[in-house]
Design a protein around this ligand. Sequence first.
Ligand code: RAM
Length: 545
Amino acid sequence: MEKKVFLLVGLLFCCIFVYGQSAYYKSSAEWLQKSESCKPDLKYKECLPLAIVKAVKDSTAFQGWRMEKVGNPDILFSESLKSHSGVILDFGEHITGNLSFSLKLLGNAVSDAPIRLKFTFAEVPGELNTPFDPYPGGLSRAWLQDEIITLMTVPVSKRMDRRVSFRYMKIDVLGASSFDFAFEHISLRAQSSVDIMKDTNLAVTTSPVIRKINEVGLATLKECMQTVYEDGPKRDRRLWIGDLYLEALANAYSYKNHNLTKRCLYLLAALANDEGLLHATVLEEPVPHPQTGTHCLDYSLIYNIALLEYLKETSDVETVLDLWPVAVRQIEMALRQFSPQWIYDMKKQPVYWLVFDWKDGYDRQASMQGLTILALNKSYELAQIIGKEKEVEEWPKIAKAMRNAARKYLYDKKRGVIVSGEKNQVSYLSQAWMILSEVLTQKESMRAMEHVLSMPDACYPGCPYGYHYVMEALLKCGMNDEARKLMIDYWGGMISKGADTFWEVYDPDNDALSPYGFFPVNSYCHAWSCTPVYFINKYPEVFQK
Ligand code: RAM
């Protein structure tokens, strides 16, 4: 009963927030309610530490560190914690939740002073072995998972308020007097909105490496499926449109929790800005709200594609009819950014943030041209399914004009590649987006991809998010062997370096790469990296043979 009242009050606040924003869509408040009604219940599991490990410096290991098993956690229940300060516990898998522990006195000890403990949680070994301070990163220092707790007396039981995400946990005793104490209990209450799947009934012919990639992808997705599709359970712990799209694709081939997708689509729509433009990211707490001012025009268009995929998976026309005005508006907003020649104008005000990939120096113009064409085509397909194509009959014509413009201004016919920006940059992603949007014919697509893959100085992606679209493009132009190789080299490469969930950022040649100036703050269980699950299960003829 109490919970119900609390929820109702919360929802009321949200509605006030939505109305207070002078909502562009008149149904915003209703959409927020629909989103809330799809909020999943979380499933919980008690997890215990499996081993004591020690960090070993190893230049051949990922980020220079690996863990080695040195003992059994049992000793922490009988021996003084003071003699084990700095101990590292391995929980054996990536988990997300709240830590609980209780401490007891040893022998005849009497507690006579407070104790001070520091817990550091890490997704990967390097994170535990790189000093956090002085903090050089661009994002909040508080994302790093080190927590200092002062306990006034022992025996004591404690549940940590902060939800953490990790595999390894280090405990330092920062302050204690002469009395001895040990753990009586320590566990993590792990949470997710789904129960882990380890397999998706892959064909018996599937190679062990692809099986392992599928398994790690499933674990990554499970960790990110909380009460929304989070981008990363350690950081940023919120819904981003790009991550939602890729998670929903993988979900459709695994957990099939389509209600979570529905919740996220409604939530984003309800929190659009006063022009109807979606925020790239929204947060659930303390009440659902957008990260005001954060708009990524590529993500706005990806929303439409996600909506179409949702419809194809669920046949839920009712939801799509509700959200159709949102899709129309995202297209309108994108079209405003084009030149009279139908080329995406990177300088036109307002200049929008375009994500596509975290990669320094990557020119996004051609990618945006390609994505807009694709979004026009997919949104038109959506219109046809729900009987709205009359409303938007000019879209195919605009898409055609953009395609012609792309071929005229962005296609270097001689070399057979798409170029982007003032410096005519050749990148993997410029090719990928022009292939996905069918600006290039099948033959031209293969030529462009072959060219870029063999070009040592081509701009390659920095993230699994970017590589997702490269994979899609390879499969679209029939380069199945190359797609398989890319999956094994790239996602398999993370596994060879010790990944048990896939990382936000991965460049095989630079373990320390970070968009935030400090690799420990990267997310090492990241939603947008889970899509091998989608590829492996959607294309069994390529990946399961
Ligand atoms: C970061 C995260 C997230 C991504 C945005 C654009 O915060 O990596 O996944 O969607 O950037």
